[in-house]
Ligand binder design. Structure first.
Ligand SMILES: [Zn+2]
Length: 265
């Protein structure tokens, strides 16, 4: 007899590393986010090592309904091919959808052409559109300021809302677009900075995250996707400080951390 488990909504962090140095050295893992939303399983941003991080935790790719790429950068898409193959049981059982921005699929696709037939289909992410996967819907409200086409996501489940604010520099559109009970924010830098060219770096820094949290006042905010400066500053201490400053419960994600959305109730 099979026991039906009570349906729960969980987010598992298969990695919390971001940007080149942390990812290239695997100082922190880079496997993305694995969602289980009342039984619908979705993988976001399978960076390098996703297959290792997920199988190690007995997460089964053949249970996935979809893989979503926020953008084509390697730390978000490095393992997309193996994850598609695993989702479709090596092509024996075509399964699942891939969602990605057009530039991840066109001139230099991040997904091998022979794997496309393993999927139920591919959907192109566009600004302002809403998509559904099983009983879950998500929208990609705004294009981010990043070197390649990039979207974050706002998820709606039966009971909860949460946002994933993917890579990109700060602009007010982020605050306008991502209001939700839970914010997951990719915070690469401790301090705001500029590139050698003088252009602002197209990633969020800690002051940006503080501003977003203050403006949107979620029930919980989770910081992740740490670059070297954030990692050296001990993200868990940074998060504690931010909690005190903003009055919002701010957590630093840890590799393998599982967040249950019932904590928002
Ligand atoms: Zn990026």
């Amino acid at each position: 007899m099979k026991d039906e488990k009570p349906s729960t909504d969980t987010i598992i962090f298969l990695g919390t590393g971001g940007a080149r140095v942390v990812v290239a050295n695997q100082i922190l893992a880079s496997g993305g986010l694995w969602l289980n939303l009342s039984g619908t399983e979705i993988l976001i941003d399978p960076g390098p090592g996703c297959i290792v991080q997920s199988t190690k935790r007995k997460l089964r790719a053949d249970k996935l309904s979809a893989i979503i790429l926020s953008h084509r950068h390697l730390d978000h898409s490095g393992d997309v091919n193996i994850m598609v193959e695993a989702m479709a049981q090596s092509g024996f059982k075509p399964n699942g959808w891939l969602f990605a921005p057009a530039d991840a699929l066109e001139t230099e696709p991040v997904i091998f052409s022979y794997l496309r037939s393993y999927l139920n289909g591919i959907e192109v992410l566009q600004e302002g559109k809403t998509y559904s996967v099983g009983n879950v819907s998500f929208s990609t409200p705004v294009r981010h300021i990043h070197r390649v086409e990039t979207y974050g996501m706002l998820f709606k489940t039966a009971g909860h809302t949460f946002s994933y604010i993917a890579d990109g520099g700060y602009f007010d559109g982020l605050c306008r677009s991502y209001g939700a009970e839970l914010l997951i924010i990719n915070v690469v830098f401790l301090e705001p900075g500029r590139l050698e060219s003088g252009r602002p770096i197209d990633h969020l820094s800690l002051p940006d995250a503080k501003h977003i949290i203050t403006e949107l006042k979620p029930k919980v905010a989770i910081l992740t996707h740490f670059g070297t400066s954030m990692w050296r500053a001990k993200p868990w201490e940074v998060a504690q400080g931010l909690s005190q400053e903003t009055g919002v419960r701010v957590l630093a994600a840890r590799d393998g951390m599982r967040f249950d959305l019932s904590q928002l109730e």
